[in-house]
Design a protein around this ligand. Structure first.
Ligand code: PEP
Length: 252
């Protein structure tokens, strides 16, 4: 089994304007030298995906999207963007099941599963997000909740996925689980993926997400089983995002 190439993905959420797209080229100038060892991905709002792809031309920065429709076929879904459309313009990845979508749009594991399946059918790599709330952690239910989300959200039959472990309480704040806690959940996610994919699960990248920044990235990347990060706020500025990427041991 080839080593898993680390993936560091930036989720711009609903931030930025056209002028923000200049961050992509700026990022490339900072991380080009390590690009053979670490994949850098930016997921802008869908309205900017095409422009981001143009802006990333001539660079190795990969562009993805933050969500896609659960409908696999072209159909009457006003306001939605299909995985096939994202693939058509050149996106390579799509985030599905982010906790903000689960919370604000009531997306269930079943919907996330359909979105991930639609992404795979379109040739995109879904980044499937899972993670417990603070209440679930306090109740000692992390393993139960996360393994159930993985079982229900990850489609069968195709291991070309990325899973992001994002404790909901760590997103957009200042606290993260401890390094042993992160390693424990990553091992649990991989074991759960092995139930479905057997040894093929060893090829799946499992990212950590939640308050990753230039100061804590290197320590988090040192946690056993962490294959990169899904980064929100700190991905908006090239300098911060580059500092995270350059903090990965594979970039040394
Ligand atoms: C995220 O939204 O996926 C995320 C991890 O956000 P932040 O890095 O801002 O906590």
């Amino acid at each position: 089994m080839a080593a898993r190439k680390p993936l560091i993905a930036g989720n711009w959420k609903m931030f930025g304007r056209q002028e923000s797209l200049s961050e992509i080229k700026a990022l490339w100038t900072l991380v080009e030298s390590v690009s053979a060892n670490v994949d850098a991905l930016i997921c802008p709002p869908s309205v900017y995906v095409s422009q981001a792809l143009w802006g990333a031309r001539g660079t190795g920065v990969v562009i993805g999207a933050q969500d896609c429709s659960a409908a696999a076929e072209d159909s009457a879904r006003t306001g939605e963007v299909s995985a096939a459309m994202l693939a058509d313009v050149g996106a390579k990845y799509v985030i599905v099941g982010h906790s903000e979508r689960r919370a604000f749009h009531a997306e269930t594991d079943e919907v996330v599963h359909r979105k991930a399946a639609a992404a795979l059918a379109a040739g995109l790599t879904p980044i499937i997000c899972v993670g417990e709330t603070q209440a679930e952690r306090t109740a000692g239910r992390v393993a139960e909740v996360v393994s159930a989300q993985v079982r229900a959200s990850v489609p069968e039959g195709n291991s070309a996925v990325v899973v992001a472990y994002e404790p909901v309480w760590a997103i957009g704040g200042n606290s993260t689980p401890t390094i042993p806690e992160i390693a424990e959940v990553h091992a649990l996610v991989r074991d759960t993926l092995k139930e479905r994919f057997g040894d093929e699960a060893n090829g799946i990248r499992i990212l950590y997400g939640g308050s990753v920044g230039p100061k804590n990235a290197a320590e988090i990347f040192g946690a056993e089983g962490v294959d990169g990060a899904l980064v929100g706020r700190a991905s908006l500025k090239a300098a911060d995002f580059a500092a995270i990427i350059l903090g990965h041991p594979a970039a040394k």
